[in-house]
Design a protein around this ligand. Structure first.
Ligand code: ATP
Length: 277
């Protein structure tokens, strides 16, 4: 069923002075089909600006994770364009990169996951340093040789997210919230322009959820665009600057979190609405 877009706030529109202006990404007519399932994403269009904290919401199976994985280059799109606007260079279409360009793009685009994806037996500092692997020679990465500059950066990031006291602890001994903060530091080691977060608080208790949301807010305040899949409308309203609502693979809402009223939520969640309050 095709649903009309309810509301479209154009970030960067004249008159919205508090909205960031530097365009980082333009998604145009993006589609995704899997062999087993057609129309997982349908004609997705949006621009992403530096420093935005964007929530992607919608019921289970709406296509939120698929969208993030296509943005990050780990899944190919079936059609459409994803244009990246580097601060100092030619516009790149993420859907049409050579393997070498794709490696570079994935370094620009940090990603964190619900299950953290740390190496449990390695210490926290080394886990963070692993974020540099894509920019390190194969031989150096094989022997986990990192230079002083990388170590200093990793320590700085751990301090920034209050994880420095745990630097020499094995990752497997941390709490979920601590592991996620380490995962954020690891993603930041690549100096990304965009941070994608696929349900990063889904397995966390309320206290750790807030810590991670606070951390991601700090990331966005540093002019990195954060795009996060979330199931809690309360968190979206508290933390995010913009929300993209997806239903059945189509964007049905793109605007301010304040605009998520009962009518919009009903379209987004249908009979699952009770679970998001
Ligand atoms: N590799 C795949 N092959 C076939 N179908 C897939 C694949 N990955 C995802 N899908 C389908 O695409 C649709 C969207 O999945 P996606 O994981 O993006 O949804 P989601 O909104 O992130 O859901 P959730 O909130 O439950 O994680 C689902 O119907 C899913 O079954």
């Amino acid at each position: 069923m095709a649903q009309a877009m309810l509301k479209l706030a154009h970030p960067g529109q004249p008159g919205q002075l508090s909205v960031p202006q530097t365009k980082v990404l333009a998604v145009k007519g993006l589609n995704k089909h899997f062999q087993a399932q057609n129309n997982v994403l349908n004609d997705i269009n949006f621009d992403l600006y530096a420093g935005e904290f964007v929530a992607v919401i919608g019921r289970s199976g709406a296509g939120k994770s698929t969208l993030l994985h296509i943005l990050n280059g780990s899944l190919p799109a079936s059609g459409g364009e994803i244009l990246h606007y580097p601060p100092d260079g030619a516009i790149l279409d993420i859907a049409r990169l050579s393997p070498r360009q794709m490696r570079r793009w994935r370094a620009q685009c940090g990603m964190i996951y619900q299950d953290f994806c740390l190496v449990p037996r390695l210490d926290v500092l080394t886990n963070v340093l692993l974020g540099r692997l894509s920019q390190t020679s194969t031989l150096k990465s094989l022997f986990k040789i990192f230079d002083d500059k990388d170590r200093a950066r990793a320590i700085e990031l751990l301090q920034w997210l209050n994880m420095l006291p745990h630097a020499l602890q094995r990752a497997e001994h941390l709490s979920g919230g601590q592991m996620q903060r380490v995962a954020i530091c690891r993603a930041l080691m690549q100096n990304p322009k965009i941070m994608l977060a696929d349900e990063p608080v889904a397995s966390l208790d309320p206290k750790n959820t807030r810590r991670i949301m606070d951390a991601l807010q700090k990331v966005a305040e540093n002019n990195i665009s954060v795009v996060i899949n979330l199931h809690s409308v309360e968190l979206v309203k508290e933390y995010c600057t913009r929300v993209i609502g997806i239903a059945q693979g189509r964007i049905v809402y793109d605007g301010q979190p304040d605009g998520l009223d009962e009518q919009v939520l009903q379209i987004l969640y249908g009979d699952e609405i009770a679970q998001v309050h």
